[in-house]
Design a protein around this ligand. Structure first.
Ligand SMILES: Cc1cc2nc3c(=O)[nH]c(=O)nc-3n(C[C@H](O)[C@H](O)[C@H](O)COP(=O)(O)OP(=O)(O)OC[C@H]3O[C@@H](n4cnc5c(N)ncnc54)[C@H](O)[C@@H]3O)c2cc1C
Length: 461
């Protein structure tokens, strides 16, 4: 499903879409079906993960077409698959800067310079941080910006946890964390929740959640792991401490527009300014879609709708100026896309010593003790969006290495003991072993080349 191809540097693309959330992929579906063969720069690190914000959530229950809800990462896999099926080209990189003073426009990416007649900016928004004095020390050691990704890790189980924020995300995360923690504290700076009434009511009625009104976090303390928060209540400036093991940030978002410099009109919050109700930005031929241009609605479906509008507007703009080079399809209907292949948990009966990719503790034990090949172990959890991004990447690395290395996936919710023994405190975590020796460890999504190089180095050792 991962049909990745990069742009030839001398080629001028009809349309480059920057961002792979619902806005970017929907724009790509429309442009690809209009035979524009768009190129989509997925993003990698600088503005959240490929697939966007819905990769960091569990059930999406308000996206039309899914009466029983759909997991955020699964929804994004499906939208991506649809964009690829109609011929979207993907570049898995960040756009570092763009030059809108020249035509065609130039986009500097980790994969080189890309030229385009028209552009859709769909780079979304990312989570804010508190920037506490010791925040970096406890980052991933008790502090997280993604309850959905990290909440299930063993270190948070049956412990007191806190969420900071008062909006939809904060409330959703507080409720979610009650599945794992012994109690959840919701730290709200004002006297009121900004969440939807239904969500706020759920929080206030939940006996496992204590809301601390008028409360600010002013410090974090601990040894190897977060142990205490220093809090200040606004009413009487009283400072007090709260002993807990996890602090989750849900304090809003900043639009991903830094890479634009001052080339497009932005509002005071950094959001792209467009014509009212339309996708046109302040520069002709540049369109904006989704959260990056929407400080108000910020939903999956509004982003997807905005992506559709931006794509149709770009198509019209290109055709009015006779700039579009349309591709010719030999087949009217592109081939159906293969659905995500599900890996069964390995047991004595289905375990294969030479399989490239297996799942579960049985396979891990067998390969760890018996295989002499480099072994990648990836620790995941069901709601971890970044894990969705990472697993196909790791599988591709193993395929490229043609069986010289193997991989095992451990779901930390299923194999809690193994996760504890391996000291795993967040997903995804990737460990690389050779002959029972841990050679490297990474947290989060990294470039495919990072894993490949590390394995190749072990092969030549
Ligand atoms: C926890 C949580 C739960 C949510 N639940 C729901 C829900 O249930 N229903 C709902 O409708 N909405 C929900 N939302 C809101 C929804 O996720 C967003 O409104 C939507 O994802 C916005 O889509 P987007 O395409 O504009 O941007 P995003 O989803 O933010 O995607 C932006 C994309 O741009 C990429 N990018 C950023 N910078 C660069 C760069 N320099 N170069 C290249 N690429 C770049 C990023 O990697 C990302 O792929 C939720 C949000 C959160 C955080």
């Amino acid at each position: 499903m991962d049909s990745v191809s990069s742009s030839n540097s001398s080629q001028i693309e009809n349309l480059v879409i920057i961002g792979s959330g619902p806005a970017g992929y929907t724009a790509a579906i429309y442009a690809a079906r209009a035979n524009l063969q768009p190129l989509l720069i997925t993003g990698f690190n600088s503005g959240g993960i490929p697939g966007g914000q819905l990769m960091t959530t569990t059930f999406v229950e308000n996206f039309p077409g899914f009466p029983d809800g759909v997991m955020g990462p699964e929804l994004m896999d499906l939208i991506k698959a649809q964009a690829i099926r109609w011929g979207t080209k993907l570049v898995e990189a960040d756009a570092q800067s763009i030059d809108l003073s020249v035509r065609p426009f130039k986009i500097e990416s980790d994969e080189g310079v890309i030229q385009a007649h028209s552009l859709i900016i769909a780079t979304g928004a990312r989570a804010n941080r508190l920037h506490l004095p010791e925040e970096n020390r406890f980052w991933s050691k008790g502090i997280s910006a993604c309850a959905i990704c990290d909440g299930a890790t063993p270190q948070f189980r049956d412990e007191e946890l806190a969420v900071v924020g008062g909006g939809d995300s904060a409330c959703e995360e507080a409720v979610y964390l009650t599945k794992f923690g012994s109690h959840v504290h919701l730290l709200v700076r004002s006297k009121k929740l900004r969440a939807s009434a239904a969500l706020a009511d759920r929080v206030l009625a939940n006996t496992q959640i204590t809301v601390h009104w008028n409360t600010e976090v002013i410090g974090v303390e601990g040894d190897e792991w977060l142990e205490k928060l220093e809090l200040r209540t606004g009413e009487n400036d009283q400072v007090y401490t709260l002993e807990l093991r996890g602090l989750f940030y849900a304090i809003g978002h900043k639009p991903n527009t830094d890479f634009l410099g001052e080339q497009l009109a932005l509002d005071s919050g950094g959001y792209i300014v467009t014509s009212p109700g339309r996708p046109e930005s302040s520069v002709e031929g540049v369109f904006a879609a989704g959260d990056v241009a929407d400080p108000e609605w910020r939903q999956g479906i509004t982003a997807a709708g905005a992506g559709c509008k931006a794509s149709l507007a770009a198509e019209r703009w290109l055709s009015l100026r006779s700039l579009a080079k349309l591709i010719k399809r030999t087949e009217l209907e592109p081939e159906q896309i293969e659905k995500n292949n599900f890996t069964e948990i390995s047991t004595e009966s289905n375990y294969k010593q030479d399989a490239l990719w297996q799942k579960g503790s049985f396979a891990l034990r067998k390969l760890y003790h018996e295989s002499r090949k480099p072994l990648l172990v990836v620790y995941t959890s069901s709601a971890c969006g970044p894990c969705h991004v990472l697993k196909p990447q790791l599988k591709r690395v193993l395929e490229e290495l043609k069986g010289q290395a193997q991989g095992v996936e451990i779901d930390i919710e299923v194999d809690q003991e193994i996760a504890k023994q391996a000291d795993i405190n967040g997903t995804p975590t990737i460990q690389l072993f050779k002959e029972k020796v841990l050679k490297s460890q990474w947290k989060g999504v990294k470039q495919r080349s990072t894993f490949k190089e590390a394995i190749v180095n072990l092969l030549v050792d």
